[in-house]
Design a protein around this ligand. Sequence first.
Ligand code: AMP
Length: 283
Amino acid sequence: MQVFSTPEPLKSYISNNRKHGKTIGLVPTMGALHQGHLELIGSSRQSNDITVCSIYVNPAQFNNQRDLIEYPRDLKQDLKKLKALDCQAVFCPTDDVMYPGEPVLSMDFGHLEKIMEGSHRPGHFKGVALVVSKLFHMVQPDTAYFGEKDWQQLVIIKRLVEDLNFPLEIVSMPVIREADGLAMSSRNARLTPQQRGVANELHRTLLLVKQQIENRTAIEMALKLGKQYLDRVPLITMEYLEVVRAYSLDHPVEELGREPLSICIAALLGDVRLIDNVQVFNE
Ligand code: AMP
């Protein structure tokens, strides 16, 4: 496995492989890898000759300094896990490499970033789009892999690729969960045992709302029931619970309709912020 920390040797490695007709898959991550990440690597490994995993905790997408400082990092373990999966290349740059100067470019995703993560984490998607664009240029993948765990991010990245004609395909993978339903996240490692004991209530809340919608309860009422349910759970403070049209992120949604829905949640357990989502299809 090749480990790169600067773009130049990575670029020569990529162009060398391209010359030999190899296909390139990119899996962007912030490290502290778990099974959710590893499924993305596995999927890329299956469909590409070369898989590049990037590991970079991108300061530009953190609006909360404490969250950035406390974000779990474990490069040694990450490299072990990637090696075990036969990932061919890892790109783990430093801040100086990614941001040699203060960037002036600021991308705006309009209505897509006015809700949910966008409104609760100002500037978050500008930071995500910037680093993902940089990675796309540095790695020039044929395919890039993203998790549905970050649903709004996935929609925005697909839009970024479309609007800027990045010559690549985006492949998404379903949310990988712990046995009790908690969506895997690097941040889960920061939960106390007590917080971990209730953390799966986010998913249970989503399932409750989903079931209500499938039973044709009005969406506003379904959301109200979900909020009431989570309110009774100790140690969790909900930030938002929203129902949006899955691909357009249009909201508020009044009825199920043809476009699937995405029920999205964000909540704080102490200072650990978790997000999750489930989809609802009109059967
Ligand atoms: P992160 O390291 O949290 O930035 O995540 C890197 C990639 O892994 C993103 O595309 C995430 O959506 C994806 N991911 C993170 N957690 C999960 C999960 N539990 N299931 C599926 N994909 C995930």
